[in-house]
Structures are given as structure tokens and as C-alpha cells.
Design a protein around this ligand. Structure first.
Ligand code: NAD
Length: 486
């Protein structure tokens, strides 16, 4: 790793690694072992100003680089990411704790967004209508916005930053990234490989830190748009503050994703699907399944198989293939999750798999085994709030209508999945469910890069999601020309 020393991470501004002007740092542990792997600086608004100034200057020339030439830089970047896939996955596992299998999947999903961004010449094309009135032509043209900033969460240190800067930069913007202070190392690698792809300096900057950097970006007069992904309260704050300061904002937030299990589902595949969606990445996914609404008729059979399969899952360091559930991101997060488990018990839910009791519990690291509650109801905190851990709630419902009604009572509406063999049930689910991303017998229905990605209700603040056509619209402004020539 050449971007950082293991002692002190630096920012990337104006084509070089520079020390933050902040005096405070945060320790970055490996969640699997608790060992310190780095110290991340809590940068200041002075660092933000520096990065934005450089990005503003770089925009003057970057926006004029012909679109196919911008795309060519991204082709080089794509090759570099592909050539470093395994190293990138290992860094993700080291700093986030997710298993290597999950990390490899994340790397692939990130690379796919860069593939999308290489199509910038197609994506940025406008529209034209000749002779729309006598002798008059009409056309729409797309232009970049200027300096754009991205603020990202810990749980996808590669994929989420790549949802943002490659497309924004392909569209002619320059970009300032504020990665999660809990997973800062991978961001450094993304920036290093970007620089090695030949992009001019100032096109991409990286400023590490927490709240002060976020608020500095939200209030900065020279930033035109903010892309945010993180928890719901922060997304709301980012949206309100950013828009108040005249910026375009897309803020993707938290979730409480439901799966509805119908009596005609394929039982074994459904159980395996729910296990992958609920306990994969230790449940630290915005698209994790955290509630199953199972129809009474199949409930006992489904739960019996789910419990016996869940008990087979191994908990431990994600570097080793036999482990399915890795650690949680921090000890403090684990404590919060344990208090949710206590609240589920005291609210009367039935704890049918207790992840606090692990066979061969690792001596170090922040582990919690897969946990399942039965007989959960919607007045319980464990149904209402995002736990962000391998904790699954089961609610028994009488039919599809009741499953849909329950799901739509959540304040969140990110993803939702139905397991069924009936086209009609699937169609009804698709039409009636509030969620923005829907799966039919697909466990984690995260859209691929050429579709846009965003939820509804409290899972999303804004109008245009990330990726796909939404992403291009978000990072460009339009001009409509009406012209007549004599
Ligand atoms: P988080 O909200 O704690 O942090 C996200 C970013 O906001 C970080 O860069 C952090 O430094 C910054 N931040 C945190 N607190 C802040 C504050 N008070 N003021 C200003 N900035 C602040 O989120 P996290 O724990 O890193 O990530 C997990 C969350 O992200 C979950 O809620 C998950 O559902 C959500 N998420 C959503 C999506 C989606 O597509 N909807 C994708 C991934 C993660």
C-alpha cells in the first residue's frame, strides 16, 4: 500500500498526498482482530477549501476535454481496477470486516460502475428536433455542473465511492470525496489508481474526516452538487443543509428491507436466499433483509429449515473461507446491536437463534452470530428501526395482502423481495409495494449499474438516484436551444 503510511493517512489534493491541517485523528482497527491498522485525520474546513479551490481550477480545463477523451482515461482506470481486484478485496476485508467472498463481489459491482462511466459519449448525448415550428429547430444539450462532492458510508468502501466520482468526472465535473473515516484505506487506493490512470491533477481530491468536513462541503459556495450515502438522520441533515445552500443533493439513506414469503415459494432456495440477504456482510448492507413476513400456511416449515440452516453458519475472520459471518464494524456498534436484542426480548419477541452464543467464539474482534426473532410485531423497536447487523425479525402474516400492508407501514422503503411461484402474486407485489428496488425470487435486488439505484420514503432524500440515467442527469445541467436562421 503506497498511498498511506500505516501510522497516519493523508489527504490527496492537487495531485499529491498532503497532511491534514487537523490535529485530531481517529484510530482505524481491523474489526476482525481489533488491531490498529491506521490513523485517519479529522480534516478541517481549511482542507476542504484547499481541495475545492484546486477542483474549481481543474474544472476550467477538464470540462473542455472532449467527452471521448475523458472516457479514454476511464478505460485506463477500469483496466487498473481490474488488474488490482484481489488486492482491493483484501483491503476491504481488512478495514470493513466483510468476508473475502463478499469483498470480491463488492469489487466487481464497483468495477461495473466504471464500465458504465466509459460510455459517457452515449450517456451525455442530448436530443434534437428539426423543424419543430416553421424553420425552427429545437435541441437539448448537457453540460457538467462544476465541482461536485461525495460523502460515503463504511459498509461499501469501494462500490459506493465508485457510484459517484467516475460518472461525475466522465460528465466533465471535478470531484471532492469524503470517504468514511471508519474505512479510509480503500478510498486511498481508489485515488492512487485513478492518479496512475493519467487524469489531470485536481480532477479528483480526497479529504478524510468526519462532521467538520461534511458540513464544510455542504456549506461551500463553490460546490454545485452533493452525493451522499449513509444513515437516515445524516442523510436528512445533508439534504436539508445542502439544498439550503443552493446545491443539488441526492442522499441515499437507511433501510428496513422486508421479504414476503408465500406458501408457493421454493422452500429450500427461499431459505438460502434469506440467509444470504440477512446474514451476508454481517447484515451491514443497506439492502440486507431484516424482516421476513411469512404467510401462516408455510411459516412453521420455513422457520424450521431457516433455523437449522442458520445454526450451521460459521462466525469468524472474513479472510478464511469457512466463515460466513464476519465481525461488525466497531465494538460500539456491537454494543448498540446487543441493546436491540435486549429490547426484542423485553418487548416479547421469541429469540429462536441467539447469535450472542457462538460456538468457538473468536477471542478478539467484534463478532455477533446470526440472530433470529420469531413472533415480532410492528410496535417493537426491532421491527421499526434499522439494526444494521445479522439480526432477522420474523412476522407471521395471513396472506400476501397482509404482507404488503405490513411492509408498507415501515418508514423506510429501500428494497423488498417476494418469494413465490405465482406471476400474479409477483405482479401485485411490484405494483403495491412502496420500496424503490424490488426482487422477485432475487435475494438482494440491488440494481446493476446501468439502472439507477435509490429507495423511497425515508430511505432516500432527493429526486435522482445514483447510477444509470439518473446518475447522468444528476451530474449534468441541461440547456434547451430554440433556433432560427435567416
Ligand atoms: P453514517 O451516516 O454514520 O456515515 C455516513 C457518512 O456521513 C460518513 O462519511 C460520516 O463521516 C458522515 N457522518 C456521520 N455522522 C455525521 C454527522 N453527524 N454529521 C455529518 N456527517 C456525518 O453511515 P455509516 O454507518 O457509515 O453507513 C451505514 C448506513 O448507510 C446505514 O444506515 C445504511 O443503510 C446506509 N447505506 C445506505 C445505502 C443506500 O443505498 N441507501 C447504501 C449503503 C449504506
Amino acid at each position: 500500500m503506497t498511498t498511506t503510511s500505516m501510522e497516519q493517512i493523508r489527504n490527496w489534493i492537487d495531485g499529491e498526498w498532503v497532511a491534514s491541517t487537523g490535529t485530531e485523528t481517529e484510530t482505524v482497527p481491523n474489526p476482525a482482530t481489533g488491531e490498529t491498522i491506521a490513523y485517519v485525520p479529522l480534516s478541517t474546513t481549511k482542507d476542504v477549501d484547499h481541495a475545492v479551490k484546486v477542483a474549481k481550477k481543474a474544472f476550467e480545463t477538464w470540462a473542455d476535454v472532449p467527452v471521448p477523451n475523458r472516457a479514454r482515461f476511464l478505460f485506463t482506470y477500469l483496466q487498473k481496477l481490474q488488474a488490482n481486484k484481489e488486492e482491493l478485496a483484501q483491503i476491504i476485508t481488512m478495514e470493513s470486516g466483510k468476508t473475502l467472498t463478499d469483498a470480491r463481489g463488492e469489487v466487481q459491482r464497483g468495477v461495473e460502475v466504471v464500465e458504465l462511466a466509459t460510455s459517457a459519449p452515449n450517456l451525455m448525448m442530448g436530443d434534437a428536433l428539426p423543424n419543430m415550428a416553421s424553420g425552427i429547430d429545437g435541441s437539448i444539450w448537457r453540460y457538467p455542473l462544476g465541482v461536485v462532492a461525495g460523502i460515503t458510508p463504511f459498509n461499501f468502501p469501494m462500490m459506493v465511492p465508485l457510484w459517484m466520482f467516475p460518472l461525475a468526472i466522465a460528465c466533465g465535473n471535478t470531484f471532492v470525496l469524503k470517504a468514511s473515516e471508519r474505512t479510509p484505506l480503500l478510498a486511498g487506493e481508489l485515488v492512487r489508481l485513478f492518479h496512475e490512470s493519467g487524469f489531470p491533477k485536481g480532477v479528483l481530491s480526497l479529504v478524510h474526516g468526519g462532521k467538520e468536513v461534511v458540513n464544510g462541503l455542504l456549506e461551500h459556495p463553490d460546490i454545485k452538487a452533493i452525493s451522499f450515502v449513509g444513515s437516515e438522520p445524516v442523510a436528512k441533515h445533508v439534504y436539508e443543509t445542502g439544498t439550503k445552500h443552493g446545491k443539488r443533493v441526492q442522499a441515499l439513506a437507511g433501510a428496513k428491507n422486508h421479504a414476503v414469503v408465500m406458501p408457493d415459494c421454493h422452500l429450500e432456495k427461499t431459505v438460502q436466499g434469506v440467509i444470504g440477504a440477512a446474514f451476508g456482510s454481517s447484515g451491514e448492507r443497506c439492502m440486507a433483509c431484516s424482516v421476513v413476513a411469512v404467510v401462516d400456511e408455510v411459516a412453521d416449515a420455513f422457520i424450521e429449515l431457516l433455523v437449522s440452516e442458520t445454526r450451521k453458519l460459521k462466525v469468524g475472520d472474513g479472510r478464511y473461507e469457512e466463515n460466513f459471518v464476519g465481525p461488525l464494524i466497531r465494538e460500539t456498534h456491537k454494543e448498540r446491536v446487543l441493546s436491540y436484542i435486549d429490547s426484542g426480548i423485553s418487548d416479547g419477541a421469541k429469540l429462536i437463534v441467539d447469535g450472542r452464543k457462538m460456538e468457538d467464539e473468536p477471542a478478539v474482534g467484534y463478532y455477533l452470530g446470526a440472530t433470529i426473532f420469531d413472533s415480532v410485531s410492528k410496535d417493537m423497536k426491532i421491527w421499526q428501526e434499522e439494526i444494521f447487523a445479522p439480526v432477522l425479525s420474523i412476522v407471521r402474516v395471513k396472506d400476501l395482502g397482509a404482507g404488503i400492508e405490513l411492509t408498507n407501514q415501515s418508514k423506510f422503503a429501500n428494497g423488498a423481495v417476494i418469494y413465490t411461484a405465482s406471476g400474479k402474486s409477483a405482479q401485485t407485489f411490484r405494483d403495491k409495494i412502496d420500496a424503490g428496488m424490488i426482487g422477485v425470487n432475487v435475494n438482494v435486488p440491488a440494481p446493476m449499474a446501468f439502472f439507477s439505484f435509490a429507495g423511497n420514503k425515508a430511505s432516500f432524500y432527493g429526486d435522482l438516484g445514483t447510477n444509470g440515467k439518473d446518475g447522468v442527469q444528476f451530474y449534468t445541467r441541461k440547456k434547451v436551444v430554440t433556433e432560427r436562421w435567416f
